[in-house]
Design a protein around this ligand. Structure first.
Ligand code: GPK
Length: 824
């Protein structure tokens, strides 16, 4: 402890240039972070060196998004110095919790997809897998959300304004990134046609490394984030021609590439700068991968034995064309050889079946920005379509009937002609990869049967499932110390590394004393949340209420509106005195809406309007409260999830690819009210469906309802309570003076076809909520179920997910000496 204290003081003085006697929490947080980083860097160097020495096969995880959140607490826990740090900082006059609050969340992602990437890096580090995360170091991460007059207002997230003590910026290792220009054709000495791309613009990519430690194993992996730097400073021409200010403007223009994260989630924006971001990130990453590979290898055909590249959705899919370009134009390999290398190296993860999320890029834009890549994509497509034709005409063409060949070719082509001629990035990712995976069992089945059915017939081995998982380090141990300590006192700490060990809790569910202790941990977390809400929102929570929580991005398919209709109905029953047996509850909502997503923003407004009305109504507000948590983010999730008793996972069946919040809640002892969707299905199977509150129509039922003609008006007319709730929303009951404010929301349900079947599931949802309320009155039974939920969540560790990727897709093994945890 004395060592750490000394280091902290030294950093306050010599790294931060401050007086250690002036007790600034900001300085002491930064100094502590630097002292922790010092303890990581030696192991990072040793880890990286061991990969070279052992010629280990490396895994590269390519993702445009990461959501690490805050690093301090997690890193202290991984290093096993949390208690030491707590005492050291308390000696210096600080509470560790307060210091941790000084850190800004690294919010370099939108939601589940980015958080999954961060959980995966944590698991690779813990399992000892030679992994690297690659991404973009956005100057501005996901916007900061404030709620003003009930509406979302976006503010810039200037997360690095005060620097980032965790990152190493490596300004001396710059990689060139080229755009635009033209392609020249030439003939090589064997008479083969060759291509050289001479680019118009050049930008530089600077690596920033964030260290990702494993749990108690001395293994530290790297997350390398690229930041755009102009090369103008090196362009003497500008100065010679006297155009100094022009040079500066160009510099600013170049550095715009990594300026901001696009804040839309599962909605395609199709902006030119976004494509620039993708290629900028991809080319720098591929150059870095090949630089490392070439240190030990000359023969490019050995690449797939040494390198696995995982594409996190299609955002980095242009990597396939980029690797082809390098192999063809720089290494001068033949097409077939280059293509085999690519397919064997790449694998692709799909995260959604929503059609509006599937990426396409206009051919005209690609031709201009990346002319050589567009040529390569055309060639990939031509060869692929010939192959399709061959398979279709062959005897074992199965269901491929060659009468339909033209249609089949149109459907699978990399190029779509309408509405504008564009490249389908998912098709590029599928045919350029040896593995295509979905993120939960149902999702993968839907990929095979619906979205990519043609590809499933063409390549029956390619599509596979890897159900998502979450890291128990952050989402149980670090976020929920009261519960973790209780668990550890009964079964030891092995569960943090091997989450299956939680099954040892099962017999304890029958032990009244253990149940009481379990409830005490929950209450402690509820009180902690209460204090936080008081500080931030100046509101008093009732900790004896059932805490009912719906936090995730705002999206119509996630059906925050269904939850809201339940709240309005409960409000009406209480007002009308029809709810004598109502179980008091506080309903929490939280989540960001894409700034361009009109309906999602209106939903936020409606939730806040209903909240204001309900909370102000003294007839009901001792029994029902609604809280909107502004700026939902990773660190807020860490506070809210441990305090939650009811987890809302109520997406339209078939639409939530997996969900990962669902896992975090159950792991922390919340019971789930949910639809038969995503990974909630597998959770119900692992836990026992009777221990969750499952309701609503299933995916196949919705398909047939749709086919037979779904008429939301029938539900409206047939259900008095539903009608009352919708009529109130449409009138100005919650928006006095702003008549019609929420009409778009209601019209969407009644006259817009209710694409997400809110009305079809309303009555069943109410029934399930009634069951929840009733069960909550029986605290012993509720607690028993809560314990069993957590005890059966072992499968949903990201360690299990990553082990499956490693074995079944990447063909990599953990580093020797790390298999059993402790490393050298
Ligand atoms: C899926 F397609 C996308 C996307 O653009 N962003 C995103 O967060 C989510 N996702 C899914 O919606 C979740 O169901 C899933 O658990 C998560 O990705 C991780 O796979």
């Amino acid at each position: 402890m004395e060592g750490l204290k000394k280091d902290v003081i030294r950093h306050v003085v010599s790294s931060l240039g401050s007086d250690y006697a002036s007790k600034s929490a900001y300085n002491y947080y930064n100094a502590l972070a630097l002292a922790v980083r010092d303890r990581l860097i030696d192991n990072w160097i040793k880890t990286q060196r061991s990969y070279y020495d052992e010629k280990a096969k490396r895994v590269y995880y390519l993702s445009l998004e990461y959501l690490p959140g805050k690093s301090l607490m997690n890193n202290l826990h991984c290093l096993g110095i949390y208690e030491t740090a707590r005492k050291a900082m308390s000696d210096l006059g600080f509470s560790l919790e307060d210091l941790a609050e000084q850190e800004w969340d690294a919010g370099l992602g939108n939601g589940g997809l980015g958080r999954l990437a961060s959980c995966f890096l944590d698991s690779m580090a813990t399992l000892g897998i030679p992994g690297y995360g690659y991404g973009i170091r956005y100057d501005y991460g996901i916007f900061h959300q404030v709620i003003e007059d009930g509406k979302q207002v976006e503010q810039a997230d200037n997360w690095m304004r005060v620097g980032n003590p965790w990152a190493y910026e490596r300004g001396q290792h710059l990689f060139p990134v080229r755009f635009f220009g033209e392609v020249k054709n030439w003939t090589d000495e064997y008479g083969r046609l060759r291509h050289t791309w001479t680019a118009g613009d050049t930008v530089l990519a600077m690596p920033c490394d964030m260290l990702v430690p494993g749990w108690d194993n001395h293994h530290v992996i790297n997350m390398r984030l690229w930041s755009a730097r102009s090369d103008v400073e090196f362009d003497l021409d500008f100065f010679n021609t006297g155009n100094y200010l022009g040079a500066v403007e160009e510099k600013i223009f170049d550095e715009k590439i990594s300026k901001v994260l696009y804040p839309s989630d599962q909605i395609e924006e199709g902006r030119e700068l976004r494509l620039k971001q993708q290629y900028f990130f991809v080319t720098a990453t591929i150059q870095d991968i090949l630089r490392r590979f070439r240190k030990k290898h000359q023969d490019m055909t050995e690449l797939p034995q040494s390198v696995a590249i995982q594409l996190n959705d299609t955002h980095p899919a242009i990597a396939i064309a980029e690797l082809m370009r390098i192999l063809l134009d720089e290494d001068l390999l033949d097409w077939e050889v280059a293509w085999d290398i690519c397919v064997s190296t790449f694998a692709y993860t799909n995260h959604t079946i929503l059609p509006e999320a599937l990426e396409t890029w206009p051919v005209s834009l690609l031709e201009r920005m990346l002319p050589r890549h567009m040529q390569i994509i055309y060639e990939i497509n031509a060869r692929f379509l010939r192959e399709v034709e061959r398979v279709a005409r062959s005897e074992d063409c199965g269901q491929l009937c060659h009468r339909d060949l033209d249609h089949l070719k149109q459907r699978v082509s990399l190029i779509q002609e309408r509405p504008i001629k564009s490249v389908r990035m998912a098709h590029l990712a599928i045919i350029g990869s040896h593995s295509v995976n979905g993120v939960a069992a149902l999702h993968t089945e839907l990929l095979k049967a619906r979205v990519f059915d043609d590809f499933q017939r063409l390549y029956p081995q390619k599509i596979n499932n890897k159900t998502n998982g979450v890291t128990p380090r952050r989402w149980l141990w670090s976020a929920n110390q009261p519960l973790s300590r209780l668990i550890a006192s009964h079964i030891g700490t092995g569960f943090v590394r091997n989450l299956d060990e939680l099954t040892q809790l099962e017999p304890l569910a029958a032990d009244p004393a253990f149940r009481e202790a379990w409830r005490a941990a929950k209450l402690e977390n509820k009180q902690r949340l209460q204090a936080y809400i008081k500080r931030k929102l100046m509101r008093e929570l009732h900790t004896e209420h059932l805490f009912d929580v719906h936090i995730k991005r705002i999206h119509e398919y996630k059906r925050q509106v269904l939850n809201l209709l339940h709240v309005v109905t409960a409000y009406n029953r209480l007002r009308h005195g029809q709810a004598a047996d109502f179980t008091p509850r506080t309903v929490f909502f939280g989540g960001k809406a894409a700034p361009s997503y009109f309906m999602a923003k209106r939903i936020i407004h409606a939730i806040n309007a209903v909240a204001a009305t309900v909370n102000a109504d003294s007839r009901v507000n001792d029994k029902l409260q609604v809280v909107y948590l502004p700026n939902y983010c990773v660190s807020q999730a860490e506070r809210v999830i441990p305090a939650t008793e009811l987890s809302e996972q109520i997406s339209t069946a078939g639409m939530e690819a997996s969900g990962t919040g669902n896992m975090k809640f159950a792991l922390n002892g919340a019971l789930t009210i949910g639809t038969w969707d995503g990974a909630t299905i597998e959770m119900a199977q692992a836990i026992g469906p009777e221990l969750l509150f499952i309701f609503g129509m299933r995916e196949d039922e919705l398909v047939s309802l749709r086919q037979h003609g779904y008429n939301p008006m029938l539900y409206y007319h047939g259900d008095e309570e539903l009608r009352e709730a919708l009529d109130m929303l449409r009138s100005d009951a919650f928006s006095p003076g702003q008549h019609g404010l929420f009409a778009p929301l209601v019209d969407n349900l009644l006259h817009g076809g209710d694409r997400f079947f809110v009305l079809a599931d309303y009555r069943q949802y109410l029934g399930a909520q009634q069951d929840v309320g009733r069960l909550y009155l029986d605290q012993e039974e509720w607690t028993r179920r809560s314990i069993l939920n957590a005890a059966r969540m072992g499968f949903f560790s990201s360690d299990r997910a990553i082990s499956q990727y490693a074995r079944e897709i990447w063909d990599v093994a953990p580093m020797a000496g790390l298999q059993n945890g402790k490393g050298a």
